[in-house]
Design a protein around this ligand. Sequence first.
Ligand SMILES: [Zn+2]
Length: 395
Amino acid sequence: MNTNNSLLKIYNAQIVTPTRIIKNGTVIVRGKFIESVTEGDLEVVGATEIDANNQFIGPGLIDLQINGFMGVDFSDQNLSIVDMRKVTLALWKAGVTTYLPTVITNSHKNLKKSFQLLTLAIDNEEIGLSIPGFHLEGPYISPLEGFRGAHLAKYIRKPEWDEFSELQKAAFDKIILITVAPEVEGALSFISKCSESGIVVSLGHHNGSSEIIKNAVVAGASMATHLGNGCANMINRFENPLWPQLANEGITASLIADGYHLTQEQLQCFYKMKGLEKTVLVSDTLDLAGLPHGEYTRHERQVVLSEVVKFPAENCLAGAASPLNTCVSNMMKLTGSSLENAIQMASTNPARLLGLNNIGELIQGKRADMILFAIKDGEMVVQKTIVAGKIVYSN
Ligand SMILES: [Zn+2]
């Protein structure tokens, strides 16, 4: 299917582009790349043809924050390529064609091991194209209760460039996104160094002041990690990290639009403030996501998995469990955003933010990472997923 010159024609489709939806459109794929996106039908000799039956075709979804899926935790010290394959196949089914496995705060030894294990997937012929790099969330974050969220206090520390460089070496330079707290000692110079090295820096799990957040953006930070989460319940109504991150135009906010991590009004306000161009959707799923709903024991604690993961005793959130296609559906339902805008926030924007220039849009010359899907009762239902011109999922 994706040998150098093979041709694939998908016709009778509603093609989702950032600016509009092309009705009755045709996408031609040659080898791994998009050759054309046009209105109407086209005669293409020798092409494998797929009738989209007037369903939608859009760019594959891109998830910048995912801790695990289908029972696989990317921080697992015994992570195998079999585990990575299991996650990737399940994500393809959910319409996610690119994702950044996300590793959270841990000891240096364990982080190093995690990246050594994760790199096995990068060169894998089958799944490697879906994993352009990794997201390191922590360990240089706020140690304060509430701001650190579920990150273990004992492993939280101050930024150390040499230590980070060792992790980056173990990851074969594939840590392409890092979440840090800007107010921690040494963070601003660390942010500058990351930024100079081409790593995208996101502010998260922090209690940075207005001035520190401004300085972090000057130093090169360009994103806020899951805005509204990783924040204490009780904050000052004047001085808190939310306002400056919302107000600063240099910051793109990632949002967990699972319907649980933010209220509908938070989601609406954050989206209105940051606008279409500076909003990115992330799933932030835990390892339990994708498994049957029910009770599980996780790190010796009882949790209940439904559309979200909760600690039943406290009835509080323990983590996210909705893959990105569900977040796209929720964004439309909860904010009234259009389909093309919701897809932009879950594909085009993350690609642009991370400089993944070959994906994120259905236009000529981009890699053919696409999803064929229907919208049923407001839900995005993925029917086919294509990565680099190859059909990797079909229902
Ligand atoms: Zn987090």
